[in-house]
Design a protein around this ligand. Sequence first.
Ligand code: FAD
Length: 195
Amino acid sequence: VYTPEQILDRGARPSGKVIVLDDEGLNTGVGVAQVLAESGADVELMTRWLMPVAEQLIYTFEFAFVLPTLKHAGIKVSRETYIKEIGDRQVTAFDVFTNIEHTIADVDAIVLVTARMPENALVKELEGKVGQLFEIGDASAARALIDATYEGHKFARLIGEENAPANFAEAFWQRVPRSAFPSPAAPPATPAMTP
Ligand SMILES: Cc1cc2nc3c(=O)[nH]c(=O)nc-3n(C[C@H](O)[C@H](O)[C@H](O)COP(=O)(O)OP(=O)(O)OC[C@H]3O[C@@H](n4cnc5c(N)ncnc54)[C@H](O)[C@@H]3O)c2cc1C
């Protein structure tokens, strides 16, 4: 079982029957599938989603380049399918709508494209050396820009504040003040009744 980093960064090239489980749908899974097919592997790209690629690649029109590349490389795409169990040279997969299982035999390798490695060496370096340390954005877990921006705002507001949390976990479990939630504007003061 391989990670995408082993294929893309460290040059691993498993051969024979290779299943690439793509749970992301962006560029990594299809890129890994392409690289391995072009180096001679018999690749099956498996995804639990309805489409071989994520919606983002439809809007950006990247699908028009990605799908022909997969087809030209002879990659078999299995949609609406996920892995239930990895055994000795065999994989039990299932249809995500019916739960009907099937066995894929003679599997030589599997690449699990299911998450990305955070770049957080700086966090490790600073641990125990500073009063407050918040691991946020992609350093915490690679996600989208909106998460990084939100956490940047949220945690910047805690820096140097009295009784503020010292780390992400403390902040996560802190009670959120009522004032942080949206609420209707206060009603206008009722004018005094005049006889
Ligand atoms: C190819 C690609 C496409 C993407 N497309 C989208 C998209 O369309 N929409 C979307 O919402 N998100 C997208 N993302 C995700 C988005 O870019 C990230 O979620 C976001 O940039 C995370 O912001 P961040 O500030 O946490 O980390 P980063 O943007 O990675 O910033 C961290 C910075 O810290 C620096 N750094 C790291 N270590 C050190 C150190 N020791 N000392 C000093 N500096 C250091 C890095 O060089 C970097 O500049 C994409 C990501 C990639 C890789």
